[in-house]
Design a protein around this ligand. Structure first.
Ligand SMILES: C[S@@+](CC[C@H](N)C(=O)[O-])C[C@H]1O[C@@H](n2cnc3c(N)ncnc32)[C@H](O)[C@@H]1O
Length: 480
């Protein structure tokens, strides 16, 4: 019954699936402790793993915590768990979050009275059903799940329930099989048309563990050698010339390569978005710099020269950016904490008005492109949130565009797959700013790479077509 509702994958030239081992250890910071090299695995102490899964999953589902924080919090308090047990906790919780709606639907049919069971008992069943759905043998799951007999028996009815799901007409089946809220399922269908199922399935896979080489400290081949010396195999990413898929299960933060600033963890799609900023060594503004994922890339592209202004409204992220910049050997960044809105926000940018050669607006968004890493995001998002995101994106583009000098460029990006946060924001901006025009991304990336990663003049990436997170990018040029 494993993924019985999944369509056959479509061949995509730009997609080269990394080996299964290249997947990111489900990204709870506490999920990987110990040495980078894997020790011989011990048998899991299933009761302890289940307990930790219940705690972490329960705090996401019932208390509304973010999945990465919930796992981090749980695993930090469970120092007695071995690394393979920590990994199992992270994997099982993420797997269930990805398939939550499907699992609930199946259990409502396989276990009479499921809805009326006490919450923890429901969650134990959900975790067990999710493991079966992800291919674990029924018997092994039953033996390790501490279930009352009527619950164990009901797991045997899951294939029948899966058959009922298969038999539904597409419009009813898709949101349940893709485990998406109804309104998002409609958005996926609007965005991807007949590829919607494939897009949603790929969004429900684990993401590869991807690093970006820090060109200030060496090239990609050199980084591969350094990683190999630490026992980590890697493969160059097919699209970004800066990326490596790490093939060995590893706690990256414990690697000497990482401590020496030779690499950063960064999705390949995010690297491609960063590459849209051609970064001449003059004045570049990263207007929504966050913790500096792209700022560090831009600094390296600028060869540590010129002025790179990193702005954000979040002090904690800016502080993290400073730390990362020190590790990466970045010297050309000036960080600036700015107010979120109102006249004070406009005031904070006056000194840079009409001065920047490049302004990157990596806007806050719905994150609908990142469900491989943050599967719970879909259950939080509402249609009202989407409207707010779009309104804020338009306002930020408007505000930050004032810093672009004549002849300079404004680069807009999101990790959303939705038109209203992407093309529609650009159209809105251009309708009010005839002095800006679109520069096709293939002109920046070259025709070969540009062809693979663009739709029309824009960067358009998605897991099912590129094996990256979903990203959008646009380059706008201000007339001289
Ligand atoms: C998509 S994240 C940026 C990610 C970052 N560029 C990176 O590559 O790691 C969006 C950022 O926009 C910031 N932000 C939200 N509202 C903002 C505003 N009004 N002005 C500037 N930054 C804002 C958020 O704090 C967040 O760090």
């Amino acid at each position: 019954m494993k993924r019985s509702h999944r369509p056959a994958p479509k061949k995509q030239s730009a997609k080269q699936a990394p080996s299964k081992r290249a997947h990111a250890k489900e990204a709870a910071p506490g999920a990987a402790r110990g040495t980078p090299l894997e020790r011989a695995p011990r048998p899991l102490r299933e009761d302890l793993v289940l307990q930790a899964c219940l705690e972490a999953y329960g705090s996401v589902r019932h208390e509304g915590r973010l999945s990465d924080r919930a796992l981090d919090f749980t695993l930090r308090r469970k120092a007695h768990l071995y690394s393979n047990e920590r990994r199992a906790v992270a994997e099982r919780v993420y797997a269930l979050l990805r398939r939550q709606r499907t699992v609930d639907w199946l259990l409502a049919r396989a276990r009479p009275g499921f809805d009326r069971l006490e919450t923890t008992r429901q969650d134990v069943l959900r975790l067990a059903a999710s493991r079966i759905l992800h291919g674990e043998p029924l018997e092994a799951v039953v033996n390790s799940s501490s279930l009352p007999s009527e619950d164990s028996t009901s797991l045997g009815a899951l294939p029948r329930a899966a058959g009922e799901l298969e038999a539904l007409p597409l419009a009813k089946r898709f949101p349940i099989a893709a485990s998406l809220p109804d309104f998002l399922a409609v958005k996926f269908q609007e965005t991807f048309g007949e590829d919607a199922s494939q897009a949603a399935e790929a969004m429900n896979e684990r993401a590869p563990l991807t690093a970006r080489v820090n060109l200030l400290k060496g090239d990609r081949a050199e980084l591969q050698r350094r990683l190999a010396a630490e026992g980590v195999e890697s493969t160059p990413t097919p699209l970004s010339p800066l990326g490596l898929w790490l093939e060995t299960r590893v706690n990256v933060f414990s690697l000497q390569c990482f401590k020496d600033g030779l690499l950063e963890l960064q999705d390949e799609g995010s690297q491609l978005l960063g590459m849209l900023v051609d970064s001449p060594p003059t004045r570049v503004v990263d207007a929504c710099a966050g913790a500096g994922g792209k700022t560090l890339q831009l600094a390296a592209q600028m060869k540590n020269r010129g002025d790179l202004h990193a702005l954000d409204v979040d002090e904690v992220r800016i502080e993290e950016l400073r730390k990362r910049a020190r590790r990466a050997g970045v010297h050309n960044v000036r960080t600036q904490l700015i107010p979120a809105e109102g006249p004070a926000a406009d005031e904070a940018l006056v000194a840079l008005k009409d001065k920047a050669d490049r302004v990157l607006v990596d806007a806050p968004c719905s994150g609908t492109g990142t469900y491989r890493r943050k599967p719970d995001g879909r259950y939080r998002l509402t249609p009202e949130d989407l409207k707010e995101h779009a309104a804020r994106q338009k306002a930020l583009l408007e505000r930050f565009s004032t810093m672009v000098k004549p002849g300079g460029r404004l680069i807009y990006g999101t990790c959303s797959i939705l038109r209203e946060e992407n093309e529609a924001v650009i159209e809105d901006f251009l309708s009010r700013h005839p002095d800006f025009t679109v520069r096709p991304v293939s002109q920046e990336l070259g025709p070969e790479l540009g062809d693979k990663v663009s739709r029309g003049p824009f960067l358009r990436l998605a897991p099912h077509t590129h094996n990256t997170d979903g990203f959008f990018g646009a380059i706008l040029v201000r007339a001289k």
